[in-house]
Design a protein around this ligand. Structure first.
Ligand SMILES: [Zn+2]
Ligand SMILES: [Zn+2]
Length: 233
């Protein structure tokens, strides 16, 4: 939906990259598959990259969609093929190199979730890193080396620590907090740090506090992401 809002339609996606199979990162995967399928006249497989296990996850998603696929193929006389996904299970290194875009993957640390990946995207002489959920680790620092933009999912430790629910406090041990994201950014010499997937959701008016927590460890530009924020690499 966010892609569609900026004109990046599922119909025309060149490739989709998934960092890990946690539900908050994959809930919309089935919708991308369905929208891709019904908005193309001829069969046009969705090309999707993810960690080992992503093929099984995709097969299960397609199984879940089976009822809907049957409905639509029964209804549309010109729709006589099921949705297709070309899955690439990937690990470390150069995983994509086409159309002037290179994507380099590295293992990240979101234990006990295995495997998880971060992506370094290189194009037009610029570098953007999509880290996903991870604590600071060697693979992450390697991906971030000299990046123009580093996008990191973060938690705000001081707030999460105060919650009375242990199950919520559990998230502290497998996410970067704001300070850790900033330290990774500083160590790798990145230019812009983008805090995304903020937990808990920032209360309106508190945004400067999130930025200040990062700025204590990192002298570059820090942005707290909102939906459809555009960042110039
Ligand atoms: Zn996760
Ligand atoms: Zn997450």
């Amino acid at each position: 939906m966010r892609g569609a809002a900026v004109g990046m339609l599922a119909r025309d996606l060149t490739a989709l990259f998934v960092t890990h199979m946690h539900s908050d990162h994959t809930t919309d995967y089935n919708d991308v598959i369905t929208t891709r399928w019904i908005s193309n006249v001829a069969p046009r497989p969705l090309v999707a990259y993810g960690p080992v296990g992503f093929k099984r996850f995709t097969d299960a998603t397609l199984t879940m969609l089976d009822t809907d696929v049957h409905y639509r193929m029964s209804h549309h006389a010109d729709l006589q093929h099921a949705p297709q996904v070309e899955v690439h299970e990937i690990s470390e290194g150069l995983v994509y190199d086409a159309g002037g875009v290179r994507v380099i993957a590295a293992a990240t640390d979101h234990s006990p979730v295995h495997p998880t990946m971060g992506f370094r995207i290189e194009a037009e002489g610029k570098v953007v890193v999509i880290a996903g959920d991870t604590v600071p680790c060697e693979g992450l620092t390697r991906l971030c080396q000299g990046a123009d933009v580093y996008v990191q999912t973060v938690i705000r430790r001081s707030l999460v620590e105060k919650t009375p629910m242990q199950r919520f406090r559990d998230v502290l041990d497998y996410h970067s907090d704001i300070g850790q994201a900033a330290q990774t950014a500083a160590a790798a010499g990145v230019r812009v740090l983008v805090l995304n997937h903020p937990v808990p959701a920032p209360q309106p008016g508190t945004e400067p506090q999130w930025i200040a927590e990062a700025a204590a460890h990192f002298s570059g530009e820090v942005l707290l992401a909102t939906d459809l924020l555009k960042v110039q690499a």
